[in-house]
Ligand binder design. Structure first.
Ligand SMILES: [Ca+2]
Length: 252
């Protein structure tokens, strides 16, 4: 698509110019406390409008800001799992949730990174992904003592492909160092790499090779200080950092 290429080239030039300005600003105070400050602050400096979950952040390019030293897999997008056509997060929490004192005092959580091959014991179960090319679904299975207990949930190829293509056809990864002064966090944005997605098929292959994983953080209950209801539902596809160049081609 020639039209798309021309637009991308223009967007890359504009983003690079903007990045240079931000880089030259040096230390910038975080505009928001917590782990989302790094991206929120950068995007605020770009004068980005309200976030739209299904669209890229800056023109045709999705932005991902990360701590320069962080080894945490790059989160790609969120996508709710299904079971018999219905959302499955509550079912997963109720069926496979377990007590974890580090995360929650007395409420069950389902906190896990699920791969195709690698797996570890979690509350007596093991979980695996399977790319089912006949059903056109990514399926998560639970097993106990080496026997598959059930297909816990699935994601349709169609939905995943749309998520990936709508949001991550073009991607910029921005690296920053944090500094802490007077109880505040500051960022120094130092480097930006721009990439183009290879294909949805590559994405599926990376799931099969344990290079793309699904991160679950599901928690639901009452906080230990009283009544407020606390609920976290995170189901995110994430890419191992060393595999970035397998899913994306570096273009700038
Ligand atoms: Ca983003």
């Amino acid at each position: 698509m020639r039209g798309g290429e021309v637009i991308l080239r223009e967007d890359v030039l504009i983003l690079k110019k903007e990045f240079k300005k931000i880089k030259n600003m040096g230390l910038i105070k975080s505009l928001r406390k917590g782990p989302t400050g790094i991206g929120y602050t950068f995007e605020a400096l770009l004068n980005k409008k309200e976030d739209q979950e299904s669209k890229p952040d800056f023109r045709s390019i999705e932005l991902k800001c990360k701590y320069a030293y962080s080894k945490i897999p790059l989160s790609l997008f969120s996508c709710a799992p299904l079971k018999n056509g219905n959302y499955a997060t509550r079912y997963i929490l109720e069926t496979y949730g377990y007590l974890n004192q580090e995360i929650s005092n007395n409420e069950k959580v389902y906190y896990n990174n699920v791969f195709s091959n690698y797996t570890k014991d979690l509350g007596g179960y093991r979980f695996n992904l399977e790319v089912d090319r006949n059903k056109k679904q990514v399926v998560m299975k639970a097993s106990k003592n080496g026997e598959v207990v059930e297909e816990v949930c699935y994601w349709d190829f169609d939905t995943l492909e749309k998520r990936l293509l709508n949001k991550l056809t073009n991607l910029a990864i921005i690296y920053a160092y944090p500094y802490y002064r007077d109880n505040a966090e500051y960022f120094k944005y130092i480097k930006m790499d721009i990439y183009k997605l290879k294909s949805f098929e590559k994405f599926l292959e990376l799931i099969e090779n344990d290079e793309v994983l699904i991160h679950f953080y599901i928690k639901d209950g009452i906080t230990d200080i009283g009544t407020p209801r606390l609920s976290v539902r995170e189901v995110k596809f994430a890419l191992k950092l060393e595999s970035i160049s397998k899913l994306f081609e570096k273009i700038a």
